[in-house]
Design a protein around this ligand. Structure first.
Ligand code: DGT
Ligand code: CA
Ligand code: CA
Length: 364
């Protein structure tokens, strides 16, 4: 197993870089891509920002108002409304290039993927470095974009690696370099370790990945539960046996709305939800699609996101079924919901052609 060669590739400041490539004048300016809500003026949040804007503390998730005040001394700062359709097109072209380099291609999200290149590189990390550089060159040439790649024997380390030298990074972690590489990192560099876990560990003076090596797996399990405890234990040692699983980007439709007021009232949310279901259903009918998975999403008042999904036994295009499933997801989501909900969304995915042609896999 540990003979594998895995890439994790992630585009740098993706939405903002998409904007830069269609308007090169933006490159020297701070750029923030904004999701304006329909509560007027500057209400809404930043989806992402280029690295010039990040120097001023402008980043994903912060309110547009904060971003504007942080950049108030930069008269050249640019705030652009998000254009998801355009970003999807760039993503599709990018994924086509990435796919052509892989033995096994696993789509993760519109700007990232895992590749198993073990056969292609003949288990050799020098060859792998070369192939990763070629992939970066190809993306630069065809898309005019930069991306970052992590190369290692597993998904976990490659994911950490792609983040390590961002932007335009290439980090190769050969098997004999794993422990040295990890020893310089903080616990929060482990994917999936949130603020909460981090602060619990900090209480016992555990801040660096190296500090974790002194904790045994039983101790970690008893604190975080078996699943998370074992994950942390293995992650600190660079161990991850997850396979790269073939996965293509799949078509999905979603609708999200900013509520008239923040709320966690069932009646109020369900009225909005049914409205969204109707709109999503219209889109699926118009495009002749059936769906198999239904998801609902809360963007909470503090801009954190909560998503719940359910996969149906059979693919359908029935409005009643969409409504019923969404309402059930709403009830589940409101259970233990403390924050008020600011935006509410519905998504259908695993779409098929109504004529029964099987799964559509080549677009979003
Ligand atoms: P990076 O990879 O650190 O250079 O920067 P990004 O912007 O590529 O960050 P990443 O990979 O986490 O996210 C990819 C895209 O997803 C990003 O360009 C915009 C979107 N995105 C990320 N975080 C948020 C968020 O909190 N809200 C919304 N609406 N979109 C987000
Ligand atoms: Ca990215
Ligand atoms: Ca990403």
């Amino acid at each position: 197993m540990e003979n594998r060669v895995i890439f994790h590739i992630d585009f740098d400041y993706f939405y903002a870089q998409c904007e830069e490539i269609r308007n090169s004048k933006l490159k020297t300016k701070p750029v923030a891509v904004c999701i304006f809500s329909d509560r007027g003026e500057d209400s809404g949040a930043i989806a992402t920002a280029n690295y010039k804007a990040r120097e001023y503390g402008v980043k994903s998730g912060i309110p547009i108002k904060f971003a504007k005040s942080r950049l108030k001394d930069r008269k050249d700062a640019v705030f652009i409304p998000a254009d998801f359709e355009y970003y999807s097109k760039i993503s599709i072209s990018g994924m086509e290039i990435i796919k052509s380099f892989a033995d096994i291609f696993e789509y993760v999200g519109r700007d990232e993927a895992y590749l198993d290149v073990t056969v292609k590189t003949n288990h050799n990390f020098e060859t792998a470095r070369h192939v990763a550089q070629q992939l970066k060159n190809e993306i630069r040439k065809k898309l005019k974009m930069t991306c970052s790649i992590g190369v290692s024997p597993n998904k976990l380390l490659s994911k950490i690696g792609s983040d390590f030298e961002k932007p335009d990074g290439l980090t190769v972690i050969k098997p004999d370099y794993i422990s040295e590489f990890l020893s310089q990192l903080d616990i929060r560099n482990i994917p999936g370790i949130g603020k909460k876990t981090e602060s619990i560990l900090a209480e016992s003076n555990c801040k660096k990945i190296n500090d974790l090596l002194n904790m045994d797996v039983f101790e970690l399990n008893s604190r975080f539960g078996r699943k998370t405890g074992t994950y942390i234990y293995n992650a600190a040692r660079g161990i991850d046996l997850e396979l790269v699983k073939e996965k293509q980007p799949s078509l999905q439709y979603s609708k999200i709305t900013t509520l008239k007021e923040n709320s966690k009232n069932y009646e109020f949310l369900s009225t909005n939800l049914l409205n969204l279901c109707k709109q999503i259903h219209d889109i699926s009918i118009k495009n002749n699609k059936t769906f198999r998975t239904v998801s609902i999403q809360f963007v909470n008042e503090d801009l954190t996101i909560k998503t719940k999904s359910r996969t149906l036994k059979k693919s359908t295009n029935n409005l009643g079924e969409l409504e019923k499933t969404s309402m059930q997801l709403l009830i589940d989501s409101l259970n233990e919901q403390e924050l008020l909900v600011r935006r509410l969304g519905v998504r259908i995915s695993e779409l098929s052609d109504l004529e029964g042609q099987g799964d559509i896999t080549s677009y979003f």
